[in-house]
Design a protein around this ligand. Sequence first.
Ligand SMILES: *[C@@H]1O[C@H](CO)[C@@H](O)[C@H](O)[C@H]1NC(C)=O
Ligand SMILES: *[C@@H]1O[C@H](CO)[C@@H](O)[C@H](O)[C@H]1NC(C)=O
Ligand SMILES: *[C@@H]1O[C@H](CO)[C@@H](O)[C@H](O)[C@H]1NC(C)=O
Ligand SMILES: *[C@@H]1O[C@H](CO)[C@@H](O)[C@H](O)[C@H]1NC(C)=O
Ligand SMILES: *[C@@H]1O[C@H](CO)[C@@H](O)[C@H](O)[C@H]1NC(C)=O
Ligand SMILES: *[C@@H]1O[C@H](CO)[C@@H](O)[C@H](O)[C@H]1NC(C)=O
Ligand SMILES: *[C@@H]1O[C@H](CO)[C@@H](O)[C@H](O)[C@H]1NC(C)=O
Ligand SMILES: *[C@@H]1O[C@H](CO)[C@@H](O)[C@H](O)[C@H]1NC(C)=O
Ligand SMILES: *[C@@H]1O[C@H](CO)[C@@H](O)[C@H](O)[C@H]1NC(C)=O
Ligand SMILES: *[C@@H]1O[C@H](CO)[C@@H](O)[C@H](O)[C@H]1NC(C)=O
Length: 458
Amino acid sequence: MITLFVLLVMAASVLGNQDFEEVCPFEACWPKNTSIYTDKPAPKIKLLVWRHASDLEVTKVTPNLEHLYVFNCSSDFKIDVLPPMTKLNMINITNCPISELEQHVFENVINLEKLALAGNFIEKLSNETFHKLSNVKYLYLQHNLIKDLPEDIFLMNSKLQVLSLRGNPLKILTLDFPIWTFLTIIKLDVSDCKELTDLRLSIRVSDLYLRNSGVERLAITGSVSEIHHENSKVTFAWINGTYFHRSFVQVLCDMPSLDYLVLWNCTKSSDYSYFEMDENGKKCNFPNLQSLHLMGNKLNYIPRRLPLFGPNLTTLDISHNKLEYDSLELLFDLDTPKEEEGNFPNIRFLAMGHNLLKKLPRMCPLFGPNLTILDLSHNLLESVSMESFDKAQNLESLYLHGNRLTSFDYLYVCDGLKNLKWVVLQNNLFNATFYGNMSKFLDDNKQRLIEMNKRILI
Ligand SMILES: *[C@@H]1O[C@H](CO)[C@@H](O)[C@H](O)[C@H]1NC(C)=O
Ligand SMILES: *[C@@H]1O[C@H](CO)[C@@H](O)[C@H](O)[C@H]1NC(C)=O
Ligand SMILES: *[C@@H]1O[C@H](CO)[C@@H](O)[C@H](O)[C@H]1NC(C)=O
Ligand SMILES: *[C@@H]1O[C@H](CO)[C@@H](O)[C@H](O)[C@H]1NC(C)=O
Ligand SMILES: *[C@@H]1O[C@H](CO)[C@@H](O)[C@H](O)[C@H]1NC(C)=O
Ligand SMILES: *[C@@H]1O[C@H](CO)[C@@H](O)[C@H](O)[C@H]1NC(C)=O
Ligand SMILES: *[C@@H]1O[C@H](CO)[C@@H](O)[C@H](O)[C@H]1NC(C)=O
Ligand SMILES: *[C@@H]1O[C@H](CO)[C@@H](O)[C@H](O)[C@H]1NC(C)=O
Ligand SMILES: *[C@@H]1O[C@H](CO)[C@@H](O)[C@H](O)[C@H]1NC(C)=O
Ligand SMILES: *[C@@H]1O[C@H](CO)[C@@H](O)[C@H](O)[C@H]1NC(C)=O
């Protein structure tokens, strides 16, 4: 008992003998030095601005603090678990030597809305550092030394609106918010993360800032309205199950470096078409795009001069949409001078399966001289005009299964398309006689159509 008393007295004396209230009698306080004070509470203080601090012990006597600013700390600065301060709304600690933020640091300041920790040499964070901050809206972690973030570090921050990780040496960043925070929409800034090559987001982002980042591969599931990315290096983008607040073209406009783009099961705001260009006339071009996948987007038309159809496009997958005969007609307009036509001379792989095509246009610009694989399966095709393939002399594989064909011009096919090796025709409506004749003919041509022969099944 006596020992305890002695210890308490000693502890009190360690805190010094001046009341903090004497130094700071008003609501706002800019203490000049880090002298130590008694533990007498200073409940009046709401704002504390602290330069050259070596610790934050003084917050033990400021229970009603609302704003805490700590700048340019001394080199022996230590940050311990902050005491309960239920009114604390904002913390700004800048330019202080903090290398690690352990699990409990912020667990008592649960009403914090703004936490700014820029430029502090932070390398390590615990997966639970921010767990008690369920009210935090702004989290600034820019210009630290964060190489990777623990999994689920933002699990509980469902009110987050702004997250800045700018200028950290992150290499791969995966932000995967759980379903229940799916209503959380954030601005995410990873600008100047020069080493960041791989960014995978399963969240809703309003604005994604990638300026001067090294991002080459981008995966998004969730939603996105704007990507800000001058000097983009993104070559590969995988975007699935994502809601676009504007048109595909507008949102992706800042990434002309793309060569492989997947937009799968995406939806968009009803105010915009999928392909609308920027209203302010900003030119969007994707000259390097080689592989474009637009599956499952409920597309019922494709504009002719879509900037996504660059000169290098060789693979186009527009399957699982609602394309009809008329949608393809729009691609090709005989009144347009040849050089301005949407045409696709370099397309090699074209997938149009699972659409609503009843017939093919007589001359379809998509069926060009380099086309080698064409998938038209699972449409409503009742007939296939062989004229459509006049320009597609290099066709090697033709998939027509799952349509409504009653007839097929196999004579023309064998005769006209010299390179054809593979035709798939099962699940159509051929009658037995016709099918018998077709099989026999193809059998007799087995040398060239040997694989086709194997695959013809009704
Ligand atoms: C630190 O502050 C205390 C209290 O205001 C004061 O007594 C002391 O002289 C100051 N020390 C320096 C080095 O400024
Ligand atoms: C912190 O120090 C830097 C230089 O070291 C100075 O430019 C800056 O103004 C200081 N900030 C504050 C808030 O004192
Ligand atoms: C935090 O303080 C620094 C230094 O004064 C300032 O530059 C920065 O804007 C502040 N951050 C926020 C989010 O207010
Ligand atoms: C944080 O990490 C620790 C140790 O790896 C683990 O036991 C704990 O469950 C994690 N917490 C969460 C919320 O993932
Ligand atoms: C979307 O892609 C991600 C990988 O980027 C994958 O984990 C996820 O399962 C996909 N979503 C669906 C609905 O398939
Ligand atoms: C797209 O949606 C379909 C049907 O709901 C689903 O089977 C498929 O896995 C989805 N794909 C992706 C990449 O999300
Ligand atoms: C794209 O095409 C242009 C010319 O049409 C060419 O100069 C450029 O090298 C191509 N880019 C790629 C990645 O193939
Ligand atoms: C397309 O075909 C033309 C000639 O038919 C050829 O010059 C060109 O290189 C081909 N493009 C690709 C991408 O193979
Ligand atoms: C079978 O189909 C072919 C091609 O569509 C057609 O010409 C022929 O009349 C049909 N035969 C019978 C018996 O329906
Ligand atoms: C099948 O071939 C025979 C002769 O080879 C021809 O008379 C008949 O009209 C053909 N039937 C169909 C349906 O093509």
